[in-house]
Design a protein around this ligand. Structure first.
Ligand code: AMP
Length: 203
């Protein structure tokens, strides 16, 4: 299984990806998670990426492509979450692997801001929650890790990330339509309903 999850920030790629990886045994490769890990650990890549991530801009293609190639290595079954995000990255993917399906999580832009600014993630396992459903809880129900808000989940940065999505990532919808790989899902619903559609697609 070689899948790409496409969608705007806040569409629910991370939530769906965790479930897909658990059910189908595919490796979950999230460039956002990988970049945040590098930033936290202060690696060379992390130092180069930090300013872009903090400002909601895209990290340069060559850095992200190298990171993903390295993470994929010889893995045969994987799921890309948050990658590719530019046509350049999509073309690079075509040079080192053959993608089976691209699942496009479609969502009304009006829903995204509150989804993202209310998002909380586990510091340890990166599980995703929404503050409205936590009832004051601040620990991950999966691993007990502390829940926190991502530094780039504030209103100003989210605006910039949505802008970047529209200009640089949305054109990939047509790119994969032309390759006959694109499948749309309505992601404006609860995570369980979205995942039920994903299961129909993946079998
Ligand atoms: P995400 O966790 O997918 O929302 O990504 C968080 C941030 O990491 C983005 O706003 C970008 O700054 C950076 N990033 C993640 N994936 C990519 C990518 N494929 N290309 C460039 N930058 C990325």
């Amino acid at each position: 299984m070689r899948i790409i999850l496409l969608g705007a920030p806040g569409a629910g790629k991370g939530t769906a990806a965790v479930k897909i990886a658990a059910k189908y045994g595919a490796a979950h490769i999230s460039t956002g998670d990988l970049l945040r890990k590098n930033i936290k650990e202060g690696t060379e890549l992390g130092k180069k990426a930090k300013e872009f991530v903090d400002n909601g801009h895209l990290v340069p293609d060559e850095l992200v492509i190298a990171l993903v190639k390295d993470s994929v290595g010889k893995i045969e079954s994987f799921l890309f979450d948050g990658f590719p995000r530019t046509t350049e990255q999509a073309k690079a993917v075509d040079t080192f692997t053959a993608i089976d399906k691209v699942i496009n999580l479609q969502i009304d832009e009006a829903l995204l801001m509150s989804r993202i600014t209310g998002r909380r993630i586990c510091k340890d396992c990166a599980a995703v929650y929404h503050v409205d459903l936590l009832n004051g809880k601040d620990k991950c129900s999966l691993c007990g890790g502390k829940l926190c808000q991502r530094a780039d989940d504030n209103e100003a940065t989210v605006k910039s990330r949505l802008d970047v999505y529209k200009k640089q990532t949305a054109p990939l919808i047509d790119y994969y339509k032309q390759q006959n790989k694109l499948i749309d899902i309505d992601a404006g619903r609860e995570a369980a309903a979205v995942f039920a559609d994903v299961e129909k697609i993946l079998g």
